[in-house]
Each structure stands twice: as structure tokens, then as C-alpha cells.
Design a protein around this ligand. Structure first.
Ligand code: F6P
Length: 546
């Protein structure tokens, strides 16, 4: 018997069947108001979703499904501090971190805003003093390089934002991000740095993550070797919910910035985890980033579902995943500074909705989160767009573009804009056989050659995309964009009835790595594993010996 959710999603199949033979090209020809009908805005961000396989009837159904699945009730429950992260029994309150109002925001009966504001004030003071050089290293020199050591949510968010906001950074204060346990990462990062002028920020919600602790220990040794043990407290700060472990590591209490268990790792860039961003771009710009997210929160909380950007984007994703069976989704920013945006969204989306049981622990009888990937345009055009245009699988995509660049460098930005518009147009329109033949005939090719070439040059078209357009990639706009995707993931999690805020799927690999380490190090015998793992261990040891 189909689950309730499956029954709720099923009517999409009828709409799909109805639309299957009507390409978007035709929908555009038939409805001159299509752009007007299928665009919506949140503040300065415009979402054009007209190049999707939808008409009003299909959209009405998608919004109806969102309503029936309880998106509004669940949204209310999240903001009321209910423990919607059921498997970890936690509230999900990252919106409190950027809340700009003056009402109390309660989690388990306690107003969290005084603590949130106290940490923001401490971050402001600390980042300001690093930036003005009044906090110095052990030898009395100001810091020129700050290395954030963290992984997952304690890395991807601040690393992505620092890169995105590069126009707001200073050349004399450089931020670096070390995440991988691969020693190459920290080795190559530290290679050009001067320990006297280097500050480390150890960012870890739990302060137990092996990669981060291993990198932090290497960083500490690097400082101690160069400047002596006593220098360590001058060169380290920590961002964590585990204040005791930070102190045990040797970090001074006024350099420990806390947050709380109701902030998920992948939703933590707004918390103390954003400290490296505040150092890089200045606290005022970090505050603007929070304000932008707050504006998107207000849009999400208050706008009716059919005009609500996260709901529209979320439901279109559900449409393609569950009605059309498309397994992946591309995010394609036409902005070089958003080159880590897709990587950031991979964790935000795939760690949230890459689940196969319901909130109640029952197996899903429908698909959940898609594979998220992407690279900035125009580079992607010269790599994987061939498959997006002519491959056998359909990959819905989001294009992102700012109207104004930060640089005054004509004609770069106009070319960038022409390219992003061209791509969504090409994907939607395609190129028919007749058009190809006409084109080749006009080029003077003979009939035989035209026949030979035509199948290769036909584009199926009818490939869906959204375009997000905004005035400029400012801190406010970036904050709003990140919050938009957070809420999109929330909406989809409600539809799929999964716990979007746990991540048990990362545990098994961690456990096995821990058990394998002595076998890799040769302090335990290579036995008790499957034949492949034992074979690889033995081969590894034979290569090691060479
Ligand atoms: O990948 C699993 C995970 O728990 C993420 O959710 C988290 O962002 C990351 O590890 C890092 O965790 P921590 O901040 O506790 O070091």
C-alpha cells in the first residue's frame, strides 16, 4: 500500500502526462504573459521560473501539495522552537542567529536572543581588533594571515562566503581554509606563511571531529616549534558548542566563541562559525549578510505559498525528482566568486535531504533529495554543458546572475550576462531538425553532408531552468541567497517527510576509519575485514615498504 506521502505526490503524474507532449517552446508561444506569470521576487532577488515544464494548473497542484503536506504548519513549528530535528531531539533555530526583530525567540522556554547578541558583540570586538592590529601575536606583530581549521559546515560556509565577498576583503589580511585530513592541505597552506603573523581559528561544533583535531594539533605544533609553547594561546581562537574541549586545547576563554545545539553544522555560517568572514570583510559587512538572510526569512515566513521563492523552488525540485524522475540538479552561478557555492549547497542539500526513511523511521516509497552539483559559468559551458544540452538525462538547473559587477571592466560582465541568458534560452528552445537543415543549407552544404550532420546538431530542448537575478553580489544579497536555498531544502524535507537536520549517514565511515587506523599503521593485524579491504591493506603495506 502506498504511503500517505506517495498518495499526496501521485496526482503529479497526471499533470506530467498532460504536459509531456507540450514543449516549453510551445507554452511560450501560446502564452505571451508567461514571464510575468511565472516570476516572483523576494526583495531585490527576482526568480524567473517560466522556463520550467509547468503551466498554471501544474503550479497550482504543486502549491496544493505543499499546503497539504503541512509546509505552513512545519514552518511555524520550526520558528516556535519545536524539536523538528526528531532523531537528535533538537530545535532548528538558525533563523534566530540573524533575527533583527525585538521579540523574544524561545528554545525550550528560554529566550535565546541575549546569548546570540552577546556572541555577535564578542565577534564584532574580536574581528575589529584583529583588523586594526590591536590583537597581536606572541612577538608583538599584527596578524596578516588567518587560517580557519574546520570541515563540513565549519568550513564550507565561511570559505564560500569569504570568496563570494572578495571585493570587501583587504589584501593585507588574508583568510585561508584548511579542512582535509590530508596533510597536503595544511602543509601547502602554511608553506608561505609566517608563524609570527598567523592566527588560527579552530572551528568545530563538536570539537571532536578527527580531521579538525588532527589539523589543529599540527597547527599548534607549527606555532610551538617556531615560537615556543607559550606562544600558542596568542595564536589560537576557537568556535564551538563544546566550550570545555576548547579550553582543554589551550585556548583562552576570551577567544572562544560559542554557539548552541539548535544550530546545525551546515546552517551555522550565521553563528560564531562566521567569525573568519567577519575578520575578512569587517563586522559591518557580516552584519549585512545576516540582515539579507533575515529579509529572506521574513519573505519565507510571511509570503503566501504561490509567491514564496523557497516554496516555488522547492516544489519545482519535487516535481522533477518525483514526477519526472530526474536524479540530479545543477546550480550554475554566473559569478566566479560563487565558485564554491555549489560545493556549499551540496552539504546543505545532500546532507539534509539525502535520507531514505521518514521522520517515523519508515522506508520511503518515493525518491528524496537529488544530487546537487555545479560550477560557475562560463567555465562549465566548456566542460559539462554538452551533456546538459544533448545528453540522455535531463538536468534541471538554477542560473544565478548579478546585473552589476564589482569591477569596471567592460565588456566582461555584458558577455557574462549574454552567456547566462543564452544558456537558459538554448536549453528551453533547443534546435529542431528543420532549423538545423535550414542552417546547414544556408551554409551551402550538400544534401548528403546535411543528412549526415543533422542528427548531431539537433538539440532536444525543453530542458528546465530557473534564473535568479539580483542587482549585485553584496553581503545582503548573498545572505538572502543562502537563506533562500536553506528554506528550499526545508520545504522539500517537509514534502519528503524526512529529518532534514540529522546526518547519521556520515557515521559509519567515521567508525570504520577509526577501527582501520591501527591496521593501516601496522600496530594491529590486517584481519577481520572483508577480502577486498584486507587485500588493499596488504597491498598498501607492500607499497609502503618499497
Ligand atoms: O559531515 C558530518 C558533520 O557532522 C557535519 O554535519 C558537520 O558540519 C561536520 O561534520 C563538522 O562537524 P564539527 O563542526 O562538529 O567539527
Amino acid at each position: 500500500m502506498a504511503s500517505n506521502r506517495k498518495s499526496l505526490l501521485n496526482p503529479m503524474m497526471k499533470q506530467r502526462a498532460r504536459l509531456a507532449d507540450t514543449p516549453m517552446r510551445q507554452l511560450f508561444e501560446e502564452d505571451k504573459n508567461r514571464f510575468k506569470t511565472f516570476t516572483a521576487s523576494a526583495g531585490d532577488i527576482l526568480l524567473d521560473y517560466s522556463k520550467n515544464r509547468i503551466d498554471q494548473k501544474a503550479m497550482d497542484l504543486l502549491i496544493d501539495i505543499a499546503r497539504k503536506a503541512g509546509v505552513e504548519e512545519r514552518r511555524k513549528a520550526m520558528w516556535a522552537g519545536q524539536h523538528i530535528n526528531v532523531s537528535e531531539d533538537r530545535a532548528v533555530m538558525h533563523m534566530a542567529l540573524r533575527y533583527q526583530g525585538d521579540k523574544p525567540v524561545k528554545v525550550d522556554g528560554k529566550d535565546v536572543m541575549p546569548d546570540v547578541r552577546a556572541v555577535l558583540a564578542a565577534m564584532k570586538a574580536f574581528s575589529g581588533r584583529i583588523r586594526d592590529g590591536s590583537i597581536k601575536g606572541s612577538t608583538g606583530e599584527a596578524f596578516t594571515d588567518v587560517v580557519n581549521i574546520g570541515i563540513g559546515g565549519s568550513d564550507l560556509g565561511p570559505a564560500m562566503v569569504t570568496l563570494a565577498l572578495a571585493p570587501y576583503t583587504r589584501p593585507d589580511l588574508r583568510l585561508h581554509y584548511v579542512s582535509n585530513v590530508d596533510g597536503a592541505h595544511i602543509h601547502d597552506t602554511l608553506k608561505g606563511l609566517d608563524p609570527r603573523r598567523t592566527m588560527f581559528i579552530v572551528a568545530s561544533k563538536t570539537f571532536t571531529t578527527d580531521e579538525t583535531m588532527t589539523n589543529a594539533a599540527s597547527a599548534r605544533a607549527w606555532i610551538a616549534n617556531a615560537l615556543g609553547d607559550a606562544a600558542v594561546p596568542h595564536h589560537f581562537a576557537a568556535l564551538s558548542t563544546n566550550l570545555r574541549a576548547c579550553a582543554d586545547f589551550g585556548i583562552k576563554s576570551d577567544r572562544i566563541f560559542g554557539f548552541w545545539d539548535w544550530v546545525g553544522g551546515r546552517y551555522s555560517v550565521w553563528s560564531a562559525i562566521g567569525l573568519p568572514v567577519a575578520i575578512a570583510v569587517g563586522f559591518d559587512n557580516f552584519a549585512a549578510f545576516l540582515r539579507g538572510a533575515y529579509e529572506m526569512d521574513q519573505h519565507f515566513l510571511k509570503t503566501r505559498l504561490d509567491r514564496n521563492l523557497p516554496v516555488i523552488m522547492g516544489m519545482l525540485g519535487v516535481w522533477y525528482r518525483n514526477a519526472w524522475g530526474f536524479p540530479s540538479y545543477a546550480v550554475l552561478p554566473y559569478d566566479q566568486r560563487l565558485s564554491r557555492f555549489a560545493a556549499y549547497l551540496q552539504q546543505q542539500d545532500m546532507e539534509s535531504n539525502g535520507k531514505s526513511v521518514t521522520l517515523e523511521g519508515k522506508p520511503l516509497d518515493y525518491e528524496s533529495g537529488p544530487i546537487i552539483w555545479g560550477e560557475p559559468g562560463t567555465n562549465g559551458q566548456h566542460a559539462f554543458y554538452q551533456l546538459i544540452h544533448q545528453g540522455t538525462t535531463v538536468i534541471p538547473a538554477d542560473f544565478l546572475i548579478a546585473a552589476n559587477p564589482h569591477e569596471n571592466m567592460a565588456p566582461h560582465h555584458d558577455k557574462l550576462v549574454a552567456n547566462v541568458l543564452a544558456q537558459s534560452e538554448a536549453l528551453m528552445l533547443g534546435k529542431t531538425k528543420e532549423e538545423v537543415v535550414a542552417e546547414l543549407t544556408a551554409q551551402g552544404l550538400d544534401k548528403a553532408r546535411i543528412k549526415e550532420l543533422t542528427p548531431h546538431k539537433v538539440f532536444p530542448g525543453n530542458r528546465p531552468s530557473n534564473t535568479l537575478m539580483y542587482p549585485k553580489l553584496t553581503p545582503e544579497i548573498l545572505g538572502a541567497l543562502v537563506a533562500l536555498y536553506e528554506h528550499k531544502v526545508f520545504v522539500q524535507g517537509v514534502i519528503w517527510n524526512v529529518d532534514s537536520y540529522d546526518q547519521w549517514g556520515v557515521e559509519l565511515g567515521k567508525q570504520l576509519a577509526k577501527a582501520l587506523l591501527p591496521k593501516v599503521q601496522g600496530t594491529a593485524p590486517a584481519k577481520g575485514n572483508d577480502a577486498s579491504t584486507i587485500g588493499l591493506l596488504r597491498h598498501f603495506h607492500s607499497l609502503r615498504g618499497q
